[in-house]
Design a protein around this ligand. Sequence first.
Ligand code: KIV
Length: 278
Amino acid sequence: MKNTVVTFQQMKDKGEKITMLTAYDYSTAKLVDGAGINSILVGDSLGNVVLGYPDTVSVTMEDMIHHGAAVARGAENALVVIDMPFMSYQASVYDAVVNAGRLMKEGRAGAVKLEGGEEMCPQIEAITKASIPVVAHLGLTPQSINVFGGYKSQGRDLASARKLIRDAQLVQEAGAFAVVLECVPERLATYISKRLRIPTIGIGAGAGCDGQVLVYADMLAMFSDFRPKFVKAFANVGEAMKAGFRAYDEEVKAGTYPAEEHNYTIDDEIFEEVTKGL
Ligand code: KIV
C-alpha cells in the first residue's frame, strides 16, 4: 500500500511505529521499499555517504534532484522525502517555495524536509500553502554544524530544551506533517512526541518517538568515516562487500574467473571465416 502523509498521521493515531531509512539511488530504494519501510529519506547525508564531503554544507539542489529522482523511480510504496540542501531555503521564503517545488517536480518527491524551528516557520507555512508536504528537522541539524561547532546532541540544558519544545510546537502550527528529532535526550523526545499531534521521527532520540530514521549505510555498517553512538549495525554489509571484492580480485588474478559458463560462443565457421588471412 502506498504510504502518504495521511498514512503517517494514521500510524501515529493508532500507536504504530513509522519506519524511515535513507537511500540515494534506484537499486537501494528498491530494496528499502521491498522491505516494507514506510518512507525513504533522500537525505543530504548524501554529501557524506555518497559524495565524500566532510559535511552537508556543499550539497546542491542539483545533487538532491539527481539522486531524489533515482530514488523515486525505485520506490513503489514508500513515501519519498527529499532534503532541501543548505541555502536552498534559508535566505528567503521565495527561495524556499521555488526550491521545494523543484524537488517535487524534478525530483518526484512526495514531501520535502528542512532544518530549523521558529526561524523557519515562515518557510514551512509558505511551502505547505503551495501544497507541498513538509517534514521539519530539529535538535542536531547538521547544516548548522558551523554554528554548533561539531556534531553534538541538543536540548540538554534548560534554554535549549525549552527552545526544542517550543520549536516543535511552532513547526506543527506552521503546517509540518512530521518532525525529525536528531540527537535529543530520550526523555525530552518522548515528552515532545506525546505533546505533538503530528508524528515525531527520531534519530538518536530514543524509542518514545513515533518513528525512527537511520542512514542506511550506517545501519548496514557500510560507512566507516564516523559512527554515532545511536547507530546499531543490523547487518555487516561493509565486510560482506569487501570479502566479495577480495574474492573477485583473487579469482581474476588466478585466472579462475571468468570460467567457461560465463563465456559467449561464436560458431566455428564464422570464427574461421572472420580470422582467415589475418
Ligand atoms: O540527511 C539525513 O540523512 C538526515 C537524517 C540523518 C535524518 O537528515
